[in-house]
Design a binder for this molecule. Structure first.
Ligand code: PDD
Length: 284
């Protein structure tokens, strides 16, 4: 079941007009929210980021926070899996094709749910491969825009190389992954690229740094060079669907010892504990 402009319906019944600006221009923004045991995880953060994305593209938020929470709650109920990946998208609606905004806008609001597919036990145990590529995206990567062609092409480079993600370099520095944030561990310290217009402010990124802070795991938020990546003890990626995932080969060479490292193990444990705690609190 999905939600489209005021109605819940089976996905087969959902049609978007050909003139929707999301379809014509990629003129819209989106969120992906993980749902564990039917509870949306860090929903407040996702709704705040949605507001920031909408503000950036000068599109009025069609719903107050309560209404979003209500729609999301209902959609979770209407879908079977206990763990879901909830997708929501808002576009600038339907209008005759013209780059300029239409005089009046009725945004298109679309929500869907897919089964959540977190990393497999094998991926956690052994890690996955990544490659690097120049970050050739625009200069507003902080906006969660549905215009994802560069990200699509960059992710495909990884797939073509038999890898799971492409890590992006701009002016010799790590920005993020094609659809994830990236962390490096060097001399036991977690390094995180600083938030800027060059990367998406990840909800999982925030949580990792929050957990590091709360548990006295050393970290620094600063620029990371390509050379530091090549010499890293550990590299991980994070996202709402992949949680924390260790990268054990980069461009075909082992990262550190070529196995998920101790700092990853620690953060992965803290992340799973935190999730369990949030779910216990919600059901208590
Ligand atoms: N992508 N950076 C980019 C470019 C992303 O697309 C994503 C997530 C992230 C991680 O953000 P978060 O931790 O809030 O999920 C970083 C989602 C999952 C997607 O497009 O499917």
């Amino acid at each position: 079941m999905i939600y489209l402009n005021g109605e819940f319906m089976p996905i087969e019944k959902a049609f978007i007009p050909g003139l929707d600006r999301g379809f014509i221009f990629g003129d819209g923004v989106y969120e992906v929210i993980p749902v564990y045991s039917r509870l949306p995880f860090r929903l407040g953060g996702h709704l705040e980021r949605l507001q920031a994305s909408l503000d950036s593209i000068r599109l009025h938020n069609p719903h107050a926070e309560d209404k979003w929470r209500q729609l999301i709650g209902r959609l979770i109920e209407l879908n079977e899996p206990e763990d879901q990946s909830l997708y929501l998208q808002v576009t600038r609606g339907v209008a005759r094709r013209d780059h300029a905004f239409p005089a009046t806008t009725t945004p298109t609001v679309f929500l869907m749910s897919n089964p959540l597919l977190p990393p497999t036990a094998n991926q956690i145990e052994n890690g996955v491969g990544a490659i690097t590529a120049p970050d050739n995206r625009w200069l507003r990567c902080d906006v969660k825009s549905t215009a994802l062609l560069p990200n699509v092409l960059l992710r495909q480079l990884a797939i073509d190389a038999g890898c799971a993600e492409t890590l992006l370099l701009r002016d010799g520095q790590l920005t993020e992954g094609a659809a994830s944030n990236a962390f490096v561990v060097s001399n036991g310290i977690i390094l995180a690229p600083p938030k800027s217009n060059l990367m998406l402010p990840g909800i999982t990124y925030d949580l990792v740094l929050e957990l590091a802070e709360a548990n006295d795991v050393a970290y620094e938020v600063r620029n990371i060079t390509e050379t530091e990546m090549a010499k890293a003890d550990e590299i991980w990626i994070t996202s709402s669907s992949r949680e924390i995932l260790p990268i054990t080969t980069l461009n075909g060479k082992p990262v550190g010892g070529g196995r998920p490292g101790p700092v990853f193990q620690r953060m992965h444990g803290l992340y799973q504990e935190y999730k369990a705690q949030v779910m216990r609190a919600a059901t208590a």
